[in-house]
Every structure is written in structure tokens, then in C-alpha cells.
Write a protein that binds this ligand. Structure first.
Ligand SMILES: *[C@@H]1O[C@H](CO)[C@@H](O)[C@H](O)[C@H]1NC(C)=O
Ligand SMILES: *[C@@H]1O[C@H](CO)[C@@H](O)[C@H](O)[C@H]1NC(C)=O
Ligand SMILES: *[C@@H]1O[C@H](CO)[C@@H](O)[C@H](O)[C@H]1NC(C)=O
Ligand SMILES: *[C@@H]1O[C@H](CO)[C@@H](O)[C@H](O)[C@H]1NC(C)=O
Ligand SMILES: *[C@@H]1O[C@H](CO)[C@@H](O)[C@H](O)[C@H]1NC(C)=O
Ligand SMILES: *[C@@H]1O[C@H](CO)[C@@H](O)[C@H](O)[C@H]1NC(C)=O
Ligand SMILES: *[C@@H]1O[C@H](CO)[C@@H](O)[C@H](O)[C@H]1NC(C)=O
Ligand SMILES: *[C@@H]1O[C@H](CO)[C@@H](O)[C@H](O)[C@H]1NC(C)=O
Ligand SMILES: *[C@@H]1O[C@H](CO)[C@@H](O)[C@H](O)[C@H]1NC(C)=O
Ligand SMILES: *[C@@H]1O[C@H](CO)[C@@H](O)[C@H](O)[C@H]1NC(C)=O
Ligand SMILES: *[C@@H]1O[C@H](CO)[C@@H](O)[C@H](O)[C@H]1NC(C)=O
Ligand SMILES: CC(=O)N[C@H]1CO[C@H](CO)[C@@H](O)[C@@H]1O
Ligand SMILES: [Cu+2]
Length: 573
């Protein structure tokens, strides 16, 4: 019996920023008009690609169970796709977004409608372009609140607010990445980090103080839910608010046990929901973010971006108090935060950790080099080669004529292979820095190779960072699923001693995990979503270098476990 009318009770069209929906709505429909926008940052005008003339783009505010329909019109000069970061996309696989993995890009002048339901997850996610480096300016929040009649598993906050951390270049980010890829070198550093689009007071902005720094006004004694999203391209951040503690209650739209801390670590692709109580003497306080720079010896932009926490009616004109942030290389603080979070097993969305494993994978990941080609001295990477990155020594190459998902659906061969190995080709001392420039280990082939698993298989992956070229914390993002983080550590993973440390009871559940610098992490998930799902480093410097692979999940034999056909307007190459 068709019961659709019971659920579909309203259509709401969002036109502008942060529109809250009436309680009855369960179809959220809006348009993303993507085109040039001139903005002034750091004292200069810059043409950026933006959604609906705003930076950050519009916040989507929905309730769990809602249907989302977004009509994307590409009036920009670039190929474009939009990814709904963290959304499972069950039975709406064609809306996931990564270019040449899920779909061919929406060409300039084209349009595509993304349709999906947001079920089984509550909290903070976000959306961003998944095409070249467009996401530097094409991003925004996706906030999922409990459906009517359901509550948060923590006291109802007085108000909610979204804190989007971003990264800014005084030049076109597409030109930055294209120049680097043409040459094989590392892209130039950014010029600033941002909070809700603004670098903040520590920079010369040449604008009045009232509108170049984000300001959050609070009433003393009240508690606020801050939804912190790291939308930066390459900056992994420590985030603090001067003199205030934060209580973490969710990450990546999965509830956590409450965790009190004065500093959080949030990597690109991750979100962190915190409760903030305005319990300090009324005044002005800075909230601030600065990178956790895990790579040894690599210079990165170490700027601090700030916003202002302002107690209501503060007449103070003194400079807000700046928090003392951890040192750039404070790995102990980073690890303490990342390893102490646990999942909330009483959440209505919690499922127990699968007890048995069907697919055991051990995957090395890190940097490398790829061959410069015929002009052997012409590339700007180390040893005149191209900078590269790999998983199990395969540097992932995107297909060009058809997406992986479409090739899978239409059973077209020659687009990719399904021979991604369960083990690295060579066993060596992965984290020994004496191997960093071992030419026998760092040259990596480029291929389009994926791992195929049957529907509903349990996949466990040991993610082992290498010291090739250098050690670094890589934020790994899985599309289509949340995974459980069973354990994390430093050095080489030892299957005998480290498996005894697995948390199989209440591990944190996430879609993006920073694999510890010079270390490892073990993740487990149930492959209950047919399709082809990208798994990649969310540092945009490493993604085009090939720090990626994909998981193909076969159909399960029922309508609910079968990849549906693509929609009629699905973009073609
Ligand atoms: C958009 O900006 C780009 C880069 O500055 C420029 O090349 C292009 O002509 C602009 N397009 C329009 C329609 O203004
Ligand atoms: C999304 O939800 C609507 C309304 O409940 C339902 O009709 C539709 O089949 C769902 N779509 C998918 C892809 O699950
Ligand atoms: C969307 O694209 C289709 C196919 O190219 C085209 O027919 C249609 O006019 C476009 N819609 C708009 C509003 O531009
Ligand atoms: C900043 O505020 C000043 C004064 O309110 C206003 O004149 C100016 O247009 C604003 N600038 C921006 C970029 O919003
Ligand atoms: C923050 O929490 C710690 C540990 O619970 C506590 O010692 C400290 O006093 C708190 N600081 C503030 C400003 O509340
Ligand atoms: C931001 O970082 C850049 C590059 O490291 C540096 O040149 C600049 O002085 C910094 N600016 C501020 C305001 O810290
Ligand atoms: C701030 O001022 C307004 C207007 O005078 C007043 O209603 C409000 O209670 C004040 N808030 C606080 C926290 O003092
Ligand atoms: C090699 O470099 C030369 C000189 O820079 C250039 O003319 C030639 O096109 C390059 N060849 C290839 C295959 O890139
Ligand atoms: C890359 O940059 C190096 C160093 O600036 C230069 O010598 C080389 O010609 C460039 N190669 C290409 C392919 O642009
Ligand atoms: C997947 O496997 C689990 C564990 O065996 C089982 O409980 C569940 O019903 C399966 N789901 C589907 C959709 O087959
Ligand atoms: C844009 O996408 C098409 C495939 O639809 C591809 O052939 C083309 O190379 C892309 N353009 C750029 C500049 O990447
Ligand atoms: C409260 C708690 O779990 N603290 C742990 C946080 O993480 C560090 C490093 O892993 C541990 O040493 C603490 O015991
Ligand atoms: Cu990386």
C-alpha cells in the first residue's frame, strides 16, 4: 500500500542563508546558483566561485527523515559537482557527488538535481564541491536536527550556531592546483584561514571591525550548541575559546559520550558539536583556530583565525582575550583528544560493532613520487619527479570518460579494475624515517583500482601511515558509510598486541579520521550500501596526488540492497 502521502506534508523552498523550516516540512527544496562573485578579503578584491552569492554558501537546515532536493545550476566557468559530506545516500547513490567516482561533472551552463533522504543520522554535516579545488569557496553547512517529537541526548541548548573553518588564497585556487599539477610540485600555501568566511582581527582586513570578523553574541548563563565544521583545504586545526571549556557531544553527525575539554582538534572533513556555557565574567573572548602541523619539516601557513564571543551588553572596547593554542606540532594534545572520544551507545542511531570480520585489509598510506615522463629533469617535485601519494602503493587515478559508479552499473569494462590489494606489495619498516627517500619504495604507479566486496560484508581496515617522503597525519574520509574507530597508535601496527586494544563496545563512529602521524588506526564498517564509494585523504593537496581508493559494494539481491538506475538528468562526460 502506498503511504507516501502520510509522510509528505509540505514543500518548503529555501532561498537564502540559514532558513529554519516549519515543524511540518519534510521536503526541503532549494536551488544552488553557482557563479562568479567578487569579494574583498585581506584588502583586495578577488573573483571566487560561490553558491547563491555567499561565502560560505547557504546553510541547509533539515530534520532527520527529510527529503532534500537541490537544483544545481552551474553558471561558473568550471566543471562542478557537489558532495553531501557524510550523507549515506542509500538508494540515492547517484547524488553522492565526487567527480568521476560517482558522476561526470556538471559542465559550465549545465544543471543537475541532487535528491536524497536524510535518515538515520542527526548532527552536523556539510556540503562542498568535489571537483578540482573548487571546494575552497564552494561549501556550506548541512545541519540535521532530530525529527519532531525527538530530542537531543543532552540538555536542549538555548541556541545553536555554526562555525565553518575555511582556507583562503589571494588568488584563484583552481589556478593554484593546476600550476602545481602541471609541474609536479606542491601547491603554494594559502594566505589565511577563516571562520565563517572571515580571517579575523589578527589580519589587516582594511574593513571596519564590525564586519570582517565573525561575532557570536551570548547571554550570560546560557548554553549554546556550536557546530564546528572544518571546511579548510589542508589545514587541520586546534580550536579553543579563551577561558571556556567545551563539551563535545557529537562528531560527524554521530553522538558521542559528553567529553569536556578546553581544546578540540578538527581535521578537514570532520565536524565537532560542542556545548558552550557562557559562564565566565561578561566580556569579549576570542575563539581561535590554528593548524596542527603534523608533518615534520614542512612549512605550512600557521596563521591564527579568530572570531569573537561577545557577552550581551558588553560595553568593553578592550581587545578580546586570545586563547593560548597548542604548539603547531603538539601531537600529544592531538592524540589525547582524538583517542578519548567514545560513541553514545544509547543513541537511537547506534548499531553494535559487527563482531566478525569478512574482509581484512592492511592498507599503507602516505606520500611518494611518480615518474616525470620523458622530460626527466622538468618536474618540480623531489628528485625532479612528480609529487604523488598512494594507498598500498597504488596512486589513484580518476577515470576520465565515465564515472566508476556508472561503469559499475552498466557493467562497462576498461574504466577501472577490481584488484586493489588487501596488503601492500612490499613489507618494510613503514614508519622508519630511514626509508623516507628509499627510491626502491617511494616510486608509485598510477592506476584506477578498487576493492570489491559483497553486500553487507564487514570490512576491517588497518590504516598504516608510512614515513615515505615524510610522516604526516592524514584525515581519511569514507563516502557512503560511517565507520567505527577501534584503535589508534604510533609506529607500525602489531596485529598481536594492538588488536587487544580494540574498543568493540563504544568506539567513536565517524566518516573522517585523522590517522596518527607516523602511526596507524583500525576502522571497521558494514558494507550495507551497494555502489562505488570513494575513500580518500581529505587534504586537498594529497587527493589529486592519488591518496585514495574506492570500495565497490555488490548488490544484495533485494530491492533495498540494489543500486537503482541513474536519474534522467545524470550528467554525461
Ligand atoms: C568569472 O571569473 C573568471 C575568473 O576570474 C573569468 O575568467 C570569467 O570570465 C568570469 N566569468 C564571468 C561570466 O564573469
Ligand atoms: C525518500 O523518502 C520519501 C518519502 O518518505 C520516499 O518516498 C522515497 O522513496 C525515499 N527515497 C529514497 C531514495 O529512499
Ligand atoms: C537544465 O539542463 C537541461 C539539459 O541540458 C536543459 O534542458 C534545461 O533547460 C536546464 N534548465 C535550466 C533551468 O537551465
Ligand atoms: C562593513 O561595514 C561598513 C559599516 O557598517 C559598511 O559601510 C561596509 O559596506 C561593510 N562592508 C562589507 C564588506 O560588508
Ligand atoms: C575546565 O574543565 C577543567 C576540568 O574539568 C576544570 O579544571 C577547569 O576549571 C574548567 N575551566 C573552566 C574555565 O571552566
Ligand atoms: C600568515 O601566514 C603567512 C604565510 O605563513 C605569513 O606570511 C603572514 O605574515 C601571516 N599573517 C598573519 C597575519 O599572521
Ligand atoms: C541587555 O540589555 C537589554 C536591554 O537593556 C536587557 O533587556 C537585557 O536583559 C540585558 N542583558 C543582560 C545579560 O544583561
Ligand atoms: C619537454 O620539455 C621541452 C622543453 O621544455 C618541451 O618543449 C617539450 O614539449 C617537453 N616534452 C614533453 C613530452 O613534455
Ligand atoms: C617545474 O618547475 C621547475 C622549477 O621551477 C622548472 O624548472 C620546470 O621547468 C617546471 N616544469 C614544468 C613541466 O613546468
Ligand atoms: C547484514 O548482516 C547482519 C549480521 O549478520 C544481519 O543482522 C543483517 O540482517 C544483514 N542485513 C541485511 C540487509 O542483509
Ligand atoms: C570537464 O569535464 C569533462 C567531462 O565531462 C572533461 O572531458 C573535461 O576535461 C573537464 N574539464 C576540465 C577543465 O577538467
Ligand atoms: C579520560 C581519558 O580517557 N584520558 C585518556 C586520553 O588519551 C590519553 C592518550 O591516549 C590517555 O593517556 C588518557 O588516559
Ligand atoms: Cu593526506
Amino acid at each position: 500500500m502506498e503511504r507516501r502521502s502520510v509522510f509528505v506534508v509540505g514543500v518548503v523552498v529555501l532561498a537564502f542563508l540559514s532558513v529554519s523550516l516549519p515543524a511540518t516540512a519534510d521536503i526541503v527544496e532549494t536551488s544552488f546558483d553557482v557563479k562568479n562573485l567578487t569579494v574583498n578579503r585581506l584588502c583586495q578584491n578577488q573573483v571566487i566561485t560561490a553558491v547563491n552569492d555567499s561565502l560560505p554558501g547557504p546553510s541547509l537546515m533539515v530534520k532527520e527523515g527529510d527529503t532534500v532536493i537541490i537544483h544545481v545550476f552551474n553558471r561558473s566557468p568550471y566543471n562542478l559537482t557537489i558532495h553531501w559530506h557524510g550523507v549515506f545516500q542509500r538508494l540515492s547513490q547517484w547524488a553522492d557527488g565526487p567527480e568521476f567516482v560517482t558522476q561526470c561533472p556538471i559542465r559550465p551552463g549545465g544543471n543537475y538535481t541532487y535528491r536524497f533522504n536524510l535518515t538515520g543520522q542527526v548532527g552536523t554535516l556539510w556540503w562542498h564541491s568535489h571537483s578540482s579545488w573548487l571546494r575552497a569557496t564552494v561549501y556550506g553547512a548541512l545541519v540535521i536536527r532530530p525529527r519532531d517529537g525527538q530530542q537531543y541526548p543532552f540538555p536542549q541548548p538555548f541556541r545553536e550556531d555554526t562555525i565553518l573553518l575555511g582556507e583562503w588564497w589571494n588568488t584563484n585556487p583552481i589556478d593554484v592546483v593546476n600550476a602545481a599539477l602541471a609541474n609536479g610540485t606542491t601547491p603554494v600555501e594559502s594566505d589565511a584561514y577563516t571562520i565563517n568566511g572571515w580571517p579575523g582581527d589578527l589580519f589587516n582586513n582594511c574593513l571596519s571591525v564590525s564586519n570582517n570578523t565573525y561575532r557570536l553574541d551570548v547571554v550570560p548563563g546560557n548554553t549554546y550548541l556550536l557546530r564546528i565544521i572544518n571546511a579548510a583545504m589542508n589545514g587541520q586545526f586546534f580550536f579553543k575559546i579563551a577561558n571556556h571549556n567545551l563539551t563535545v557531544v557529537g562528531v560527524d553527525a554521530a553522538y558521542t559520550d559528553p567529553y569536556v575539554t578546553d581544546v578540540i582538534l578538527v581535521g578537514p572533513g570532520q565536524t565537532t558539536d560542542v556545548l558552550l556555557t557562557a559562564d565566565q565574567p561578561p566580556g569579549l573572548y576570542y575563539m581561535a583556530a590554528r593548524p596542527y602541523a603534523s608533518a615534520i619539516g614542512v612549512t605550512i601557513n600557521s596563521n591564527t583565525t579568530t572570531a569573537i564571543l561577545a557577552y550581551q551588553n558588553t560595553t568593553s572596547t578592550t581587545t578580546p582575550l586570545l586563547p593560548v593554542l597548542p604548539a603547531l606540532n603538539d601531537t600529544p594534545t592531538a592524540f589525547t583528544f582524538s583517542s578519548n572520544l567514545t560513541g553514545l551507545v544509547t543513541s537511537p542511531f547506534w548499531s553494535p560493532v559487527p563482531a566478525t570480520v569478512d574482509e581484512n585489509m592492511f592498507v599503507t598510506m602516505g606520500l611518494g613520487l611518480s615518474d616525470c615522463g620523458s622530460n626527466q629533469t622538468n618536474c618540480g617535485g623531489l628528485f625532479f619527479q612528480r609529487m604523488s601519494a598512494s594507498m598500498n602503493n597504488i596512486s589513484f587515478a580518476l577515470p576520465t570518460r565515465m564515472s566508476l559508479l556508472e561503469a559499475h552499473f552498466r557493467n562497462i569494462s576498461g574504466v577501472y579494475t577490481t584488484d586493489f590489494p588487501d596488503q601492500p606489495p612490499v613489507v618494510f619498516d613503514y614508519t622508519d624515517t630511514n626509508n623516507s627517500f628509499n627510491m626502491g619504495l617511494i616510486m608509485t604507479p598510477k592506476r584506477t583500482s578498487v576493492k570489491s566486496v559483497r553486500f553487507n560484508a564487514t570490512v576491517e581496515m588497518v590504516l598504516q601511515n608510512t614515513a615515505l617522503i615524510g610522516v604526516e597525519n592524514h584525515p581519511m574520509h569514507l563516502h557512503g558509510f560511517n565507520f567505527y574507530v577501534l584503535a589508534q597508535g604510533f609506529g607500525n601496527y602489531n596485529s598481536t598486541t594492538d588488536s587487544s586494544k580494540f574498543n568493540l563496545v563504544n568506539p567513536q563512529e565517524r566518516n573522517t579520521l585523522g590517522v596518527p602521524v607516523g602511526g596507524w588506526a583500525v576502522i571497521r564498517f558494514r558494507a550495507n550500501n551497494p555502489g562505488v564509494w570513494f575513500f580518500h585523504c581529505h587534504l586537498d593537496v594529497h587527493l589529486p596526488w592519488g591518496l585514495a581508493m574506492a570500495i565497490q559494494v555488490e548488490n544484495g539481491g533485494t530491492p533495498e540492497s540494489t543500486l537503482p538506475p541513474p536519474p534522467a538528468d545524470f550528467p554525461q562526460c
